[in-house]
Write a protein that binds this ligand. Structure first.
Ligand code: MG
Length: 155
């Protein structure tokens, strides 16, 4: 067993789609980034790469590479899972936390878990997604950005 941790932040801007864990969420702002800027998928991808000591998503999917522009973050996650598989690693479980003030995402959590589980070829009960606000504090509280933490166990 090996453990991995991932952390990511993206800026919230008007006129962008808000996609978290592959789920499209109605909101007046979305996340800015080279790919779909799905902060949750990025944190999980980094946690998986970290657990296998295989670097980070910046190394595997550089934002200077046009190939990855507007690529679904679930697809990047799928690539990471395949990379781990090619090194003989499988995933035990994933636990992630989204940090955002608005919008409320509770009704989208199951869809996120299902999307992530599918990309990782896991059953949904091995994927946990939680969400918290920061009670108005910091960049997340000011709705300037969204953060995500993830921990994973691989075997
Ligand atoms: Mg990112």
């Amino acid at each position: 067993m090996r453990i991995g941790h991932g952390y990511d932040v993206h800026r919230l801007l008007e006129g962008r789609k808000l996609i978290l864990g592959g789920a499209h969420i109605e909101h007046n702002k979305g996340l800015l980034g080279h790919s779909y800027a799905d902060v949750l998928c990025h944190a999980i991808s980094d946690a998986l790469l970290g657990a296998a000591a295989l670097g980070d998503i910046g190394k595997h999917f550089p934002d200077t590479d046009v190939k990855f522009k507007d690529v679904s973050s679930l697809l990047l996650l799928q690539h990471v899972v395949e990379l781990l598989g090619s090194h003989g690693y499988g995933i035990e479980n994933i636990d992630a936390t989204l940090i955002l003030q608005r919008p409320k995402v509770a009704k989208h959590i199951l869809a996120m878990r299902e999307n992530i589980a599918k990309a990782c070829r896991l059953s949904v009960d091995r994927v946990s997604v939680k969400a918290t606000t920061t009670e108005g504090l910091g960049f997340a509280g000011r709705e300037e950005g969204v953060a995500a933490h993830a921990v994973v166990l691989i075997h």
